[in-house]
Design a protein around this ligand. Structure first.
Ligand code: ADP
Ligand code: BMX
Length: 287
């Protein structure tokens, strides 16, 4: 099946939309995400971006969102500090009403994991994980070629696993999560700056960035112990920031060789969520 149509990736910081032809992003628009907006407002923003890209009602549309999407298509923020206005929001039904029956929604990191597994850094693996280090820390697991899912949409949310470096409660309510140490909001809070991007640009916060990378390395070791991963791809604007992956690799050297899979950057770069959302939407509407 050729991966052609439209896609949206709504993260905690930015909302991107794209027209995709044969798995390639051929046009892309981006705006910042309003973290306090409710679902109806988020859908208006999505509709505006799609209109600018020339989307016509009924065309294939994949929408990847931060937060869990359950089997009914309802959307829930897990970290309620990231999206403050989203709680049991009927996103799937709303998208279908607004854009037609070929519109479908899915978690952002799960979408990215499937795209990387099929078309990017995960090709040729048996057990593969994708991690995004972005506003939060998200994940998707493709085991034996199948994207792991669950009725409540929580499967793959590895950012809410515990870290031995964590002692803060994150917006999920869990104590000491990887996200509470390694995610963009945690990095910004630790540095006392408005966002993680400024922390990287400012320089001088090596300890904070390194702690984030160490928590990601620990998570990779833990996931490998549980799942026997062959390879892990790391994406997200922090995961892909210059020097970050090298820090993760350096910390991974503290793990015994058995717990060190191959760790590579996401091959589809910032587009894996977009491409994966469309892939999943196409498969869902093909039944
Ligand atoms: P989202 O979380 O919306 O999917 P990103 O993957 O862009 O989006 O991740 C957002 C996080 O990455 C924010 O904390 C932001 O400050 C940070 N960020 C964005 N650009 C950069 C950069 N060039 N270097 C380091 N951090 C960045
Ligand atoms: C959080 C969680 C995940 C998401 C991940 C990455 C919320 C709102 N989001 O762990 O569902 O996949 O962040 O998302 O609970 P991003 O916003 O960092 O791209």
């Amino acid at each position: 099946m050729s991966v052609s149509g439209f896609a949206v990736d709504l993260g905690g910081t930015k909302t991107a939309a794209a027209r995709i032809e044969d798995g390639q992003v051929v046009a892309r628009l981006q705006t910042s995400t309003d973290a306090g907006a409710d679902m109806d407002v988020q859908v208006e923003v999505i509709a505006g971006l799609l209109a600018e890209l020339g989307y016509g009602h009924g065309e294939a549309l994949g929408v990847a969102v931060t937060g869990r999407v359950d089997r009914q298509g309802d959307w829930h923020a897990i970290n309620t500090g990231t999206l403050r206005g989203i709680s049991a929001a009927p996103l799937g039904a709303t998208l279908r009403r607004r854009f037609g029956h070929r519109a479908h929604c899915v978690n952002d990191a799960a979408a990215a994991a499937l795209a990387e597994a099929r078309l990017g850094a995960g090709r040729g693996t048996y057990n593969f994980a994708y991690l995004t280090v972005s506003t939060g820390v998200g994940g998707g697991l493709v085991l034996g070629g199948r994207l792991i899912d669950s009725g409540n949409g929580l499967a793959g949310h590895v950012g809410f696993a515990g870290s031995r470096l964590g002692d803060q409660r994150c917006g999920s309510g869990r104590l000491g999560t990887v996200e509470s140490v390694a995610g963009g909001r945690a990095i910004a809070a630790a540095a006392g700056l408005p966002d993680a991007r400024s922390v990287f640009e400012h320089g001088g916060f090596d300890g904070i960035v390194d702690r984030s990378a160490a928590a990601i390395a620990g998570l990779i070791g833990d996931l490998t112990a549980i799942l026997g991963l062959d390879r892990v791809a790391v994406g997200g604007s922090i995961g892909l920031a210059p020097g970050y992956l090298l820090r993760v690799l350096r910390h991974l050297e503290d793990e015994p060789p058995l717990f060190r899979p191959e760790v590579v950057p996401a091959e589809l770069n910032h587009d894996s969520g977009l491409v994966g959302a469309l892939l999943i939407a196409q498969e869902a509407s093909a039944g």
